[in-house]
Design a protein around this ligand. Structure first.
Ligand code: ZN
Length: 307
């Protein structure tokens, strides 16, 4: 299957970059006794923080409310990557800028693909072949995020065996919270009537959510936000909303809200609030952690679909 093969090829090339690190003394990746760790975006950074606790000094490249699809790394990012003991990435084509950044940085740190072992969904917009055909937004299923956490735990133990007991205990406690979260999502959404399980968002970041929790998403921008939705895309969505009788349209914190408002205006569908797709919020928002992000989205969906 081409999707799988392309994904594996990227994973293999990214992992190959990191092989040198195992033969290297582990000096430069430490900071005040804490391991210097990079996560490519805010959601992944929070998962790493929950497993690593105080042993890690974590920096993220794409920060809160940032859009990783169109990110342009800075020279400061290359320096951070060069100094890191390990770099955690989403993979599945999410960080199209990553390989160039890793090369430019000259880092010998292992590059750990947090989605390894997750079964990728094929992306809805197959026209953008440059970045592979897998949908990268795997964290939108809580069950998938548990796989991220296992990968993060195993990578940290491999690189810092002295922290093993702590990493295992932290991961176990956090995985239990994710189990409870997954139950909460299922129990809440089970109350949404079947005819109201269709919504529209601006870019299709919710394929894994749809597949896990049975809410149907339609999006004018496809899986990446690199291409602007054309007038034709928007017209197609408007007719889809009318045909499918979508119950609500939702804004996102990383894409152009005008699109969704236009669709709502022209179809009479309700604007259901803002869903957080690819990034946490900053401290002034209500999703500074992954768990809060999922809870926020759940509240927005429940309010938008059940009233
Ligand atoms: Zn996205």
């Amino acid at each position: 299957m081409p999707t799988r093969r392309e994904t594996m090829a990227l994973t293999a090339s990214v992992l190959a970059v990191g092989l040198g690190a195992s033969t290297r003394a582990f000096g430069q990746g430490a900071s005040g006794g804490r391991l210097k760790v990079i996560a490519t975006f805010s959601i992944l950074g929070d998962l790493v923080r929950n497993v690593g606790g105080d042993r890690l000094d974590i920096a993220t490249l794409v920060g809160p409310n940032g859009n990783a699809h169109v990110y342009a790394p800075s020279p400061a990012d290359a320096k951070k990557v060069a100094d890191a003991a390990v770099v955690f990435v989403n993979g599945l084509g999410f960080e199209g800028w990553l390989e160039r950044l890793v090369k430019a940085s000259g880092t010998k740190a292992p590059i750990v693909v947090a989605t390894a072992g997750i079964r990728p969904l094929e992306r809805a917009d197959a026209h953008d072949h440059d970045h592979g055909r897998a949908d990268p937004h795997a964290w939108q299923s809580v069950a998938n995020s548990k796989i991220y956490v296992g990968n993060i735990r195993d990578a940290l133990i491999a690189i810092d065996p002295a922290g093993k007991a702590g990493y295992e205990a932290n991961a176990a406690a956090y995985l239990a919270k994710l189990d409870a979260l997954d139950r909460e999502v299922r129990e809440t959404l089970a109350k949404v009537p079947p005819e109201r399980r269709r919504v529209v968002t601006s870019h299709n970041a919710f394929g894994y959510f749809e597949s896990a929790y049975g809410i149907r998403f339609t999006a004018p921008q496809g899986v990446s936000t690199e291409a602007e939705a054309s007038a034709k895309d928007v017209a197609a969505i408007i007719s889809a909303v009318r045909q499918q009788k979508a119950a609500a349209v939702f804004l996102e914190n990383v894409t152009d809200p005008r699109l969704v408002r236009q669709i709502a205006d022209e179809t009479g569908a309700k604007v259901g609030g803002t869903l957080y797709s690819d990034a946490l919020t900053d401290a002034s928002g209500d999703a500074t952690t992954y768990i809060d992000l999922v809870r926020h989205n759940l509240r927005q969906l429940a309010n938008g679909l059940m009233s």
